[in-house]
Each structure stands twice: as C-alpha cells, then as structure tokens.
Design a protein around this ligand. Structure first.
Ligand SMILES: *[C@@H]1O[C@H](CO)[C@@H](O)[C@H](O)[C@H]1NC(C)=O
Ligand SMILES: *[C@@H]1O[C@H](CO)[C@@H](O)[C@H](O)[C@H]1NC(C)=O
Ligand SMILES: *[C@@H]1O[C@H](CO)[C@@H](O)[C@H](O)[C@H]1NC(C)=O
Ligand SMILES: *[C@@H]1O[C@H](CO)[C@@H](O)[C@H](O)[C@H]1NC(C)=O
Ligand SMILES: *[C@@H]1O[C@H](CO)[C@@H](O)[C@H](O)[C@H]1NC(C)=O
Ligand SMILES: *[C@@H]1O[C@H](CO)[C@@H](O)[C@H](O)[C@H]1NC(C)=O
Ligand SMILES: *[C@@H]1O[C@H](CO)[C@@H](O)[C@H](O)[C@H]1NC(C)=O
Ligand SMILES: *[C@@H]1O[C@H](CO)[C@@H](O)[C@H](O)[C@H]1NC(C)=O
Ligand SMILES: [Zn+2]
Ligand SMILES: [Zn+2]
Length: 501
C-alpha cells in the first residue's frame, strides 16, 4: 500500500496581513544553535538544582516551530538562516544578505532604518559574525569579515549607516592590519574612520558602565566592542572586563526607549545569544548550559520589559540545532548533577596545555591532569586510560567535553548543525498570529509586515547600485564553486572546507 501520497504536501498558508494595531518596536532575539534538546537539557538541570519541577523563562513563551533548510542543503548555517530571517528569502550556506545569484537582499533591519526607526545589534560573538551580519550587511561569503565591518560602520554600505547601537566582540576587524591586534585583511583604520564620522567607539567595561543602564544620554551612533574576538562564554566571563548579555540587553532597551520617546517611529533591535552554538560545536556541556541560562535570563528581562512597554513585540528562535545533542545514552537516564563545573572545556584545555608545557614524568602528568583538569571540570574517577586518550586526542577541549558528556549520559552526534525544526518563542502584540509551524523566511516577512516595512523596496535600492553589486559578488568562478555546499559535496571537499558555525 502506498502510504505517502502527494496529498500530505499542503500548500503554504499565507501569512496574515498585519492587523490595524501593530507594535511600535520589534525585538528579534536569536539563540544561535539552540535546538529543542538544548532547552530540555537546561530545564532538567534547573529542575535538578532546585529539586523541583521548574520551567525556563522561554518555556512560557513557546508558540511554534521553525523550519530551517537552506537552498543548497537541508542543514543550514548561520549565514543562510540570518539572511532568511532578515530578508524573508532563502539562500545558500555562507551567504550574507545575498540571494542564490549573489544579488543583495534588503533586510527588515535596513528597511526599518530607512523608515526612521532606530536600530541596534547586540551579540556575544564577533559583531562581524554571520548572524548580525545577515541583518545589516551584504557579501557573498561570511568569512569576509573586514568587508562586513566596513558595512556595519556605514563606510561601504550603499544605504549609508544603518546601525545606531552595536555591542559585541570582534574589535580586531576594526583595527588596521599594521596593528598587532588586527585581523583585518587590509590596513584601513576603520576604528578611526568611524570616530571621524560621528561614531562613539568604546572598548572597556568602564565605558559600558558609563552608559548607566542606558540612561546616560550618550550620543549615537555608538559601538561597544570590548573583545578582539568573541565575547567570553558566560561561564568564563570576567565581570570586571565584560558585561553579561542581559546587562547589554537592558542597557540597549533603556537607551533605545529614551531616544525614541519623541520620534515618530520606534526601534528594531536584533539580539543574539551567539555562543550557545559554539559550545555545541565544541561538545562542551558546561559552556552550552551557562550560555543557555544567560539567554533565558535575557529573555526574561525582555519579557518584563514588554509587560511595561506593551507597544513592543518579541520573536525569538534559533537559526538551527547544533551538535545533535542526545539526552540519555546509552538509554533511559541522564545525569544533570554531573554538570557542576563553573568553567568551560576550553578553559580547562588551556590548563592542560600549560601542564603539557612542563617537563613532567608520565605519573606527574597523570596526577596533574586528574587534579587540575578532570576533577574541576566534573570528570570524577578519571582513569589512566582516559589521561592517555587526552594526550592522544586531536582536540583536547572536545575530548574533555565528550568525557564529561559521557559521565552525564548525554551525547553529541555531529560537530556541525542538524536539520531539525527549532522552537519559535513570541511575546507581545500580535505574536500569537505566529502560532504554528513556519519557514524561517515567514518569520522575517511577519516582522516586516508588523512594522509596515517594504523590504523588497530596499532590495531594489541595493541592486540599483551596480558597483556595489559587483563588489559583493564572488571574485571568480572558482571561488563560487569552492563556497557552495553542492559543489563541495560533489567534489568531496566538505571536510577540507572546515566546519562552519
Ligand atoms: C527533593 O524533594 C523531594 C520531594 O519534595 C524530597 O523527598 C527529597 O528529600 C528532596 N531531595 C533533596 C536532595 O533535597
Ligand atoms: C554605491 O555603493 C557604494 C558603497 O559600496 C557607495 O559608496 C556609493 O555611494 C553608492 N552609489 C550610489 C549611487 O548610491
Ligand atoms: C580621522 O581624523 C584624523 C584627524 O583629522 C586623521 O588624522 C585620520 O587620518 C582620520 N582617519 C581616517 C581613517 O580617515
Ligand atoms: C537624559 O535626558 C532626559 C530627557 O531628554 C532627561 O530627562 C534626563 O534627566 C537625562 N539624563 C541624564 C542622566 O542626563
Ligand atoms: C626533562 O626531564 C628529564 C628527566 O626528568 C631530563 O632528562 C630532561 O633533560 C628534562 N628536559 C628538559 C628540557 O628539561
Ligand atoms: C569517584 O571519585 C570521588 C571523589 O573524587 C569519590 O567520592 C567517589 O566515591 C568515586 N566513585 C567511584 C565509583 O569510585
Ligand atoms: C556517542 O556518539 C558518537 C558519535 O558522535 C558515537 O560514536 C558513540 O558511540 C556514542 N556513544 C554513546 C554512548 O551513545
Ligand atoms: C516602495 O516603493 C514604491 C515605489 O518606489 C513606493 O510607492 C512605496 O511607497 C514604497 N513602500 C514603502 C513601504 O517604502
Ligand atoms: Zn548559527
Ligand atoms: Zn554553528
């Protein structure tokens, strides 16, 4: 008997037209790499710690599912997903605000800026990383982070500056290559350029604190980029050097609220708990857990904000699952109580590399690994065989992450992403219209409709600039082939191309 029939494939339901009453402000909060198992993982941990049945703040805001496939693969990366949310159009993995033909796609973020809204990007990765980049910039390849930085500042963005507030990591992409801290591919001093063109560029915790939770009336545009690379994982964060994501969210909300008090339009704010994903790639349960809990604290802050500002709406959803996290292997148990460590696997891998730099005998090395790496990370009763396996391992951080995972009876099935649907969270005006199962592109189209923005107009404006269109396209046919999943797959280059977040 034929069980599957074409009848189960139903036509996409058109998105409802925006109702008369629509929100003045929109917040899109992206927990990168936060699959459904990751939510249960953190909730079970919270239950264990509280010896109670508790829910996470985001559990209370779940409204649906999001389907995430890209145009060239069922397993999206952050770039294709961010572009889908921002522009409402699906594209290939690696694409930042461009379509399958490498042509620029206007975003809800840019449309908001052009329409008179204020805008903010607040993340814990480099600010030039794929997700924020997909909302405010355009380039054929996510790795072109110098170009992304240029566009974020407005230096080479055809619409001029579209960002009012940005906070996150990635300062190295704003420094000229002659600076030892730079990671730019050229010697342009973007930091200085930005300062000369009205940006306030800051990089210390003191500068952040001087914003006084957003009430300092500091001038816009404003960038706070304390770290050269990503912000630290929440578990490893030194609060004397870096604010938490929740602190950055709270400051930005107060600030945008104040500056839009007397303006006709409100604001569009992109938030990202960026590194839930990185810990998933690294198979590190401790880094994953604490970044998830911080995302939940930040979501609670946004929810309480909306309770006091009902003209503001929130949608939040991951871009994809990460790591293929399984709770309960080999079967029927997993042990959150194992997750006692307060630092990430990467932190202990650094200690391990200090140990290996010593001229220790093998018994000294074993003792040092067990007491300084295994035990503080929560790997109790480590064996000599496990120490030997660590020494043999290609990536010590992943090895100890997997060892702790095994103690907890959880497992990871991939170093990359998976294709499962992710959860959609919503709070505030009209978000119940998104109850159900949607494509990631529908989420972006809904937000644009809610703010009465025409993203297609922005696409037309961008495409009208021929020199820009050329500058963001792949430099050669060879480069196109190298970057496309389809061809990488065909040519067996998947691994050579490296893992993409
Ligand atoms: C957890 O709660 C249960 C039921 O309330 C109680 O019987 C048990 O002793 C508690 N365990 C701990 C470790 O507090
Ligand atoms: C086209 O875009 C470039 C940035 O790539 C910008 O400098 C230039 O002013 C734009 N041209 C027009 C006509 O808008
Ligand atoms: C910024 O202005 C200073 C002072 O006028 C100048 O020396 C510097 O070259 C400018 N930086 C850039 C990148 O244009
Ligand atoms: C900021 O500006 C608002 C009005 O624009 C004013 O009420 C408030 O006192 C100012 N705050 C500070 C810290 O200057
Ligand atoms: C390391 O220790 C061994 C034996 O303890 C010794 O023979 C060797 O010279 C030492 N090497 C260095 C570089 O100190
Ligand atoms: C594992 O080690 C801890 C202390 O490091 C000890 O308390 C516990 O009894 C050990 N468990 C087993 C099964 O050996
Ligand atoms: C965990 O997953 C790996 C593949 O990533 C697999 O090789 C291993 O057998 C799994 N372990 C358990 C206990 O399921
Ligand atoms: C989009 O562009 C068309 C034609 O240029 C214009 O009539 C329309 O008002 C624009 N819509 C928005 C929302 O900007
Ligand atoms: Zn991602
Ligand atoms: Zn990733």
């Amino acid at each position: 008997m034929k069980i599957l029939s074409i009848a189960i494939i139903v036509a996409a339901v058109p998105i409802l037209q925006a109702q008369a009453a629509t929100p003045r402000n929109y917040i899109f909060f992206l927990p990168d790499g936060y699959g459904p198992a990751s939510e249960v993982f953190a909730r079970d941990y919270a239950n264990f710690i509280n010896n109670d049945t508790v829910t996470l703040p985001v559990d209370e805001m779940a409204i649906g599912y999001v389907r995430t496939k890209a145009t060239d693969t069922y397993v999206t990366d952050s770039a294709a997903a961010a572009t889908a949310y921002a522009s409402g159009v699906k594209t290939y993995n690696g694409a930042i605000g461009v379509d399958d033909d490498y042509l620029p796609l206007g975003s809800v973020f840019e449309a908001a800026k052009l329409a008179g809204y204020h805008t903010g990007l607040v993340v814990t990765s480099r600010i030039t990383h794929a997700s924020p980049a997909g909302f405010a910039t355009h380039i054929w390849d996510r790795d072109e982070e110098s170009t992304i930085a240029d566009q974020l500042i407005g230096y080479s963005h055809p619409l001029g500056r579209v960002v009012d507030i940005m906070m996150g990591g990635g300062r190295c992409f704003f420094l000229p290559s002659s600076d030892p801290d730079s990671c730019r591919d050229n010697d342009f001093d973007l930091w200085s350029y930005a300062q000369n063109s009205s940006w306030t560029m800051t990089d210390t915790r003191t500068d952040f604190d001087n914003l006084r939770n957003g009430f300092a009336n500091a001038s816009l545009p404003f960038a706070f980029l304390p770290n050269l690379d990503h912000m630290m994982y929440e578990a490893d964060r030194d609060s004397k050097l870096e604010p938490s994501l929740t602190e950055m969210v709270s400051t930005t909300l107060n600030w945008l609220d104040t500056v839009t008090e007397d303006t006709e339009k409100g604001y569009f704010l992109f938030l990202e708990a960026s590194r839930i994903d990185h810990a998933g790639h690294a198979h590190d349960p401790i880094g994953h857990l604490h970044d998830i809990l911080e995302y939940n604290r930040a979501m609670l802050t946004v929810r309480q904000w909306i309770d006091k500002h009902p003209d503001t709406a929130l949608l939040s959803c991951a871009d994809h699952e990460c790591g293929g996290l399984t709770l309960g292997t080999p079967d029927y148990f997993w042990y959150p109580g194992v997750l006692t460590a307060s630092r990430t696997a990467g932190f202990y891998a650094d200690i391990y590399s200090e140990i290996t730099a010593q001229n220790y005998s093998s018994s000294e090395l074993e003792a040092a690994v067990i007491t300084q790496v295994f035990e503080p990370y929560g790997i109790l009763n480590g064996t000599a065989a496990e120490v030997s396996a660590l020494v043999e391992s290609e990536d010590p951080a992943i090895y100890i992450g997997e060892l702790l995972s095994k103690r907890a009876s959880i497992n990871w099935s991939t170093l990359g992403h998976t294709a499962v649907d992710i959860t959609l969270f919503g709070y505030g005006m009209n978000t119940m219209e998104m109850v159900g199962s949607y494509e990631n592109t529908d989420v972006g189209q809904f937000m644009a409709a809610q703010l009465n923005l025409n993203v297609h107009n922005v696409t037309k404006m961008l495409n009208a600039n021929e020199s820009f269109v050329q500058s963001i396209a792949p430099p050669s046919e060879e480069a196109k082939l190298r970057k496309r999943y389809f061809y990488e797959h065909e040519h067996g280059l998947m691994h050579a191309a490296g893992h993409k977040h």
